[in-house]
Write a protein that binds this ligand. Structure first.
Ligand code: URA
Length: 431
């Protein structure tokens, strides 16, 4: 087949800081997906994009070329509007679990097509797979049927959505080209736009446990994604949220499911509840069903969100009443003196949970359902000498030393009476 462009010319264009034309972008994304552009050529182009950036027009075209590489889902036949949430990933971020059923209570369907964890951040599907019988893989017809019957579905994104991104993301992962805002924004938004949601709320994390450690960069990523969504006709808003400390009191698969069920039962840690409610309010608003925070919060306490959760888990083969797996071994991390916990670093807790077996280093690795970190004392809370600050859980106790090492400088006890500043969970809103 005669190709429209020479890939070396396309690479040179970006290397020399010029703009790629729409036709060049459409061709290079398609040719890479077809295998005509080689991995080493695409990695040179990705590095040129990382170093030299892209204009708004180029990012938008790149996103659309990735969408065009696969199928688009269509929920327009549903009897209710749709809204989805995407988090850029954090430690203890189990928010999708209570959020999807909570939003469904108010008549908005939630098609939450999710992924698995890689590195120190957990994946929603890994968490739900700790529920006996639950399955992540659904056909498109099953997704639509469950959205109509139950109102919420959390499942694996099918291979048909933005296949160009799947190939490119795997390449970026091994070529040091993940951290480019145009590539991250187009990667996330191509999948979300192809998924066919009517409204989208982005939870862009900032802090040590997040992809973006720096607020200015996180804000730029959020703004780029909001523009891409809005330009594609998806009502999109972003919240910038804190990821300097873990969310809630657990990081690990079954541990996080247990905490999510507490939230659905009207309890759970305040930061998890507050963020769940804040995101639900945004999703309902973006979907055209504005609802006040107090009304949303009430559905967590009165059984309505729990009812949708139980139906959602059952519809995917899970038993909502089954005992969740528990790790075979535990070890406690104890305070050496009285005082107040000064800090608890999200990244270190994420690495510890990962090393205990909650996460994977390669995408084919299995995860342990029961592994992870349970946090007994959060920053600002009193602690006594000898008291457990955290409990580590694993099936493979030889993992404890490396997990403990990750936590060495992650927390400290300040003298009693020290005022520990509390960062709000929601730092900014971008729309
Ligand atoms: N998540 C994605 O889906 N893509 C990226 O590029 C980064 C995070």
């Amino acid at each position: 087949m005669n190709e429209a462009f020479d890939v070396v010319d396309v690479i040179r264009t970006k290397r020399d800081r010029a703009h790629l034309s729409a036709a060049q972008i459409d061709w290079v994304v398609d040719a890479y997906t077809r295998g005509v552009v080689a991995d080493e050529q695409m990695s040179a182009l990705a590095m040129a994009i990382l170093l030299n950036g892209m204009s708004r027009g180029e990012i938008s075209r790149w996103t659309h070329a990735m969408i065009a590489s696969g199928e688009r889902m269509d929920f327009s036949g549903l009897s209710r509007p749709t809204a989805d949430k995407h988090s850029t990933g954090g430690v203890g971020d189990k928010i999708t679990l209570p959020l999807a059923p909570l939003v469904a209570v108010f008549g908005v369907a939630v098609p939450q097509l999710s992924g698995r964890g890689l590195g120190h951040t957990g994946g929603t599907l890994d968490k739900l797979e700790s529920i006996p019988g639950w399955r992540a893989g659904l056909s498109n017809d099953e997704i639509v049927g469950q959205l109509e019957d139950v109102g919420a579905v959390i499942c694996a994104a099918g291979a048909g959505l933005a296949p160009a991104d799947k190939k490119l993301y795997a390449l970026r992962d091994v070529t040091g080209t993940v951290e480019a805002i145009p590539l991250i924004a187009s990667s996330i938004m191509s999948k979300k736009i192809a998924e066919g949601t009517g409204a989208l709320v982005l939870d862009v994390k900032v802090g040590s446990g997040a992809f973006m450690k720096d607020a200015a960069q996180a804000r730029e990523l959020a703004r780029t994604m909001v523009e891409l969504g809005t330009d594609a006709g998806v009502r999109t808003v972003a919240l910038l949220t804190d990821m300097s400390v873990p969310l809630g009191r657990t990081a690990g698969n079954a541990l996080e499911v247990r905490e999510s069920v507490e939230v659905l039962d009207g309890g759970g840690p305040a930061d998890v509840v507050d963020l769940t409610v804040a995101l639900a309010v945004e999703m309902l608003d973006a979907a055209g069903r504005p609802t006040g925070a107090d009304e949303v919060r009430a559905a967590l306490g009165d059984g309505r969100a729990m009812d949708v959760w139980r139906r959602m888990i059952t519809a995917q083969g899970g038993d909502p009443d089954a005992e969740l797996p528990v790790a075979r071994h535990t070890e406690q991390v104890r305070a050496r003196r009285d005082g107040v916990l000064g800090e608890l670093d999200a990244y270190a807790v994420g690495v510890a949970a990962w090393r205990l077996g909650a996460g994977r280093s390669r995408k084919e690795d299995p995860v342990q359902a029961g592994a992870g970190v349970e946090i007994h004392v959060r920053p600002g809370e009193q602690v006594a000498a000898g008291q457990a600050v955290m409990t580590l859980h694993t099936d493979t106790p030889e993992r404890f030393p490396r997990a403990l090492e990750a936590l060495d400088d992650a927390w400290q006890v300040a003298p009693a009476g020290t005022a520990v500043g509390q960062r709000p969970v929601v730092l900014d809103r971008i729309h």
